[in-house]
Design a protein. Structure first.
Lengths: 178, 327
């Protein structure tokens, strides 16, 4: 079955704008936000959300990346994975409200690894989770705080997220792999 | 990667990939919590048939930062002094469930034997074998050079256009051999400088130029001057008249350091014979990378152990990592 587009470029833009406002609303005016993306595409999404937040609030909201490769629970089940750099704002994350950003939320295992990675870097006041797509099928007690689109899917289906910075084109599609 | 036995045959892309992973490991060593869970439940054995301080503790620190369990084995005070063979030792370690064996041995080729014998299934890392190779030392040297010349933008870079002079006892040096293969694979040019008695006889096929005059080499303006240790334990013949003579001709003394350009770096694999191949002034000058080399050694060895031990056990080459869907 061919891939079916579920979000166009403009839809992705609107979803990120809404997520940015929701983050601000839930943070009740505190200026302790740090937006950390999970490589690869989460980093791009985090940068875009950070840029929007900076524009809305008028003060710079720091962004960065959090690599979780070395914290995965399936390292020994796959060929060796190459880690990506972790870049945390110079002030560290102690006492901050960290918003983790990823493209697709699925089993929840990536986020479990991200929480472990985060606690080795510092002790944030709170950790929130923003995802572009929530496709369900959680295997751990983890839920997102901010969601671009809920996309009920079968486990045989595959969600493709393409972003301009990484892939050249931009859309979210769903295809059946069965 | 199944084993790390030598740098000969390591391609440019593969070498850069290892150094890039080492960059990530280096970031971890800057943090307050210097620990990663990546190798939890794995056992790394340090099997040392020769004396070593920094290489052994460097491997130990690297394995521990990745949460592996470490068993240190030194031939002195073990059954080896009762005559146990390498085969029996290896089989003992295999029975104990070692996942990786880091071996240093006075015989060239001992790690290779261990890797190919079938005595043990563990990943083998060569931590120096006789006069053959010392691959992690070369990797940390390349890493140190890349950091000094490319700074924070070092990821993904090679060593194109950098000239390296390796000075001293080339004949007995496994550090020199590993560096020659690795640095040239990364695009650097390597020049050897030594007394004729400490230069290997047959250099055919070595991608290097050879000189016997240190002052002439320094005048050509190398980017990196790598001083090798005079290995007293291997000086069984009269390779040079005496230490003062060696120091005057091939030592990096105050006068020679003063003539180096400001961008030049001075390297030494350690342990240093201060006053012999390197003066105290050179060793402690801002040009010297001796202490950085030790720091980087841990990062590079973390990268090597991670690449060896994480992931499925591959029989030959691993498949490329597929883009993950789970998130």
């Amino acid at each position: 079955m061919p891939a079916r587009i579920v979000l166009q470029q403009a839809d992705i833009g609107r979803a990120l704008t809404r997520i940015s406002y929701e983050i601000l609303e839930s943070n009740r005016g505190r200026d302790d936000l740090i937006i950390l993306g999970i490589p690869t595409r989460g980093v791009q999404l985090a940068r875009r959300i950070g840029a929007q937040l900076s524009e809305i609030t008028g003060s710079a909201v720091p962004t960065g990346s959090l690599d979780i490769t070395l914290y995965r629970d399936d390292l020994r089940r796959h060929p060796t994975r190459t880690p990506s750099p972790t870049e945390v704002p110079s002030g560290g994350i102690d006492g901050a409200t960290v918003v983790l950003v990823d493209d697709v939320l699925y089993s929840g295992r990536t986020i479990r690894a991200a929480l472990d990675a985060l606690s080795d870097i510092g002790r944030p006041r709170a950790v929130r989770l923003a995802v572009l797509v929530d496709r369900g099928h959680r295997e751990l007690p983890i839920r997102p705080d901010f969601v671009g689109k809920n996309l009920p899917s079968a486990q045989t289906e595959r969600i493709n997220v393409h972003l301009a910075e990484v892939d050249g084109d931009e859309y979210v599609s769903i295809e059946d792999n069965a | 990667m199944r084993h790390l036995l030598s740098t000969k045959g390591l391609g440019r892309e593969q070498a850069i990939a290892i150094l890039d992973v080492a960059e990530d490991m280096g970031d971890v060593s800057q943090r307050e919590v210097k620990k990663l869970p990546a190798l939890r439940g794995k056992t790394v054995v340090n099997l040392f048939y020769e004396d070593s301080t920094r290489t052994r503790i460097s491997f130990e620190a690297a394995a521990k930062r990745l949460s592996a369990d470490v068993i240190n084995f030194s031939a002195k005070g073990s059954s080896v002094s009762k005559g146990e063979s390498l085969k029996d030792t290896a089989q003992t370690l295999a029975s104990m469930g070692a996942d990786a064996v880091v071996i240093r041995h006075p015989a060239s080729g001992a790690p290779q034997t261990l890797a190919q014998s079938g005595w043990i299934d563990a990943g083998i890392v060569n931590a120096g074998d006789g006069m053959h190779e010392h691959p992690t030392q070369a990797l940390l040297d390349a890493f140190t050079i890349r950091r000094r010349f490319h700074g924070a933008a070092a990821r993904g870079r090679d060593l194109d256009g950098i000239s390296v002079a390796i000075v001293g006892d080339i004949l007995h040096s496994r550090v020199a051999r590993s560096n020659i293969w690795l640095l040239t694979a990364l695009g650097a040019s390597v020049h050897l400088v030594a007394p004729a008695t400490l230069m290997p006889v047959d250099l055919e096929g070595w991608p290097v130029t050879v000189g016997y005059d240190l002052d002439r080499e320094l005048a050509s303006g190398p980017d990196v001057v790598m001083m090798l240790r005079i290995q007293a334990e291997r000086m069984h013949a009269s390779f040079f008249p005496n230490a003062r003579e060696y120091s005057r001709q091939w030592g990096l003394d105050e006068d020679r350091v003063g003539r180096l350009g400001a961008g030049t770096i001075v390297m030494h694999p350690g342990p240093m014979n201060r006053g012999l191949e390197i003066s105290a002034l050179a060793a402690d000058s801002p040009l010297s990378t001796v202490r950085e080399q030790v720091t980087n050694g841990v990062s590079v060895r973390m990268a090597a152990l991670y690449l060896l031990l994480s992931g499925e056990r591959e029989s030959s080459e691993g498949e490329p990592v597929e883009e993950e869907q789970s998130a």
